[in-house]
Design a protein around this ligand. Structure first.
Ligand SMILES: [Zn+2]
Length: 346
């Protein structure tokens, strides 16, 4: 696969893109929940490099530079606009090193700015500038593709697409679909994806917010609406018809949630296991959805299961489960009969 670009790889089969750096590095103690700014890129680059490596080792074909929320609006909130450019350049550099050593694709990343307001020309200018500067740094790093992700406004996604396309890099646009299943302007999300496809996006689809169960039906509609490649990167949480997004969960079994809701740092009881993520990958790929991954909450074990479900055997498969040799539940001849019998009492 090394040397092949995104579109060549998609023409041949699935492309896996691990996302979710913000959540995983928050759990590991390198990102602060709330502000959610990837300062770790400058403060502890080794932590970011290691997670890139773990995701690639687990089967990710894309190393996504950790510039999510590394934009002007976020840095303004924490009064650190002065680190905007060094943060972006460093994130790209770290990702580039891992992409080069592994043969994975290097992706630049822009995202929801939380500053876009279609009725306010000044906000639109601000967002344009934020996207232009980030895309410019990604181009300087010679990325293989640029991702515009987790965007709710079609207008903001169109702006992201316009600026990515002007760079000449392949453009992946993934929208975040909230409870109602609409882009923030109010149109069905599949219509928004169709619009992005018509405007020349190479890949369109959804990421974040929804888990496998409540994302897949819409992905099927998007697949039917567009002729370009489709992306599906759910969060690994058990969302339901009543609670279709991970922001909307309630946890009646827990009485010690300081904010009253599990989102974003107490989602553990809702986490999908690796087998559920593997099933999602198979179901989506069966619809010819080829750009697959996982967003907030993803761990390398989820990515490996997804890769294996798609017929891959990434380096981390060296340690995929083999329960035949488990001391109590195993079936291997070397497991003692006594332990096997005792297993029912564990
Ligand atoms: Zn996410």
């Amino acid at each position: 696969m090394a040397g092949k670009g995104l579109l060549e790889r998609l023409a041949e089969g699935p492309v896996i893109c691990a996302e979710g750096y913000l959540f995983e590095l928050e759990r590991r103690g390198y990102v602060q929940a709330g502000p959610y700014v990837p300062e770790v890129v400058l403060d502890d680059p080794e932590a970011v490099r290691q997670l890139h490596r773990e995701f690639v080792r687990a089967g990710s074909d894309v190393v996504e530079a950790f510039t999510y929320y590394g934009h002007r609006e976020k840095l303004k909130i924490i009064d650190k606009e002065d680190i905007l450019e060094p943060l972006n350049r460093q994130a790209l550099q770290i990702a580039k090193e891992v992409a080069e050593e592994s043969g994975a694709l290097l992706a630049g990343d822009i995202s929801n700015t939380n500053a876009y307001d279609p009725t306010d020309a000044q906000s639109v200018r601000f967002v344009r500038q934020a996207f232009e500067e980030q895309v410019g740094w990604a181009v300087d790093a010679d990325v293989d593709l640029i991702i515009g992700e987790t965007i709710s406004w079609l207008g903001e996604a169109e702006l992201a697409l316009e600026i990515i396309r002007a760079s000449g890099k392949p453009a992946v646009l993934t929208l975040a679909m909230h409870k109602e299943g609409l882009a923030r302007e109010g149109m069905p999300i599949e219509d928004a994806c169709k619009r992005l496809a018509d405007l020349g996006a190479d890949v369109v689809g959804l990421n974040c917010s929804r888990g496998p169960a409540t994302m897949l039906p819409t992905i099927e509609r998007i697949r039917g609406a567009v002729s370009c490649h489709v992306a599906a990167l759910p969060v690994p949480y058990r969302t339901t018809e009543d609670r279709p997004t991970f922001q909307s969960f309630e946890d009646a079994a827990c009485h010690c949630l300081p904010e009253g809701r599990p989102f974003p740092v107490a989602l553990d009881p809702f986490t999908c296991n690796r087998f559920e993520m593997a099933e999602f990958a198979k179901a989506a790929y069966a619809m010819d959805v080829r750009y697959l991954g996982i967003c907030c909450g993803a761990g390398p074990h989820h990515i490996r299961a997804m890769a294996e479900a798609l017929g891959r055997r990434p380096p981390a498969s060296r340690y995929s489960p083999d329960m035949t040799r488990h001391s109590y539940f195993g079936t291997d001849a070397k497991i003692t009969a006594g332990n096997r019998e005792y297993a029912s009492r564990l």
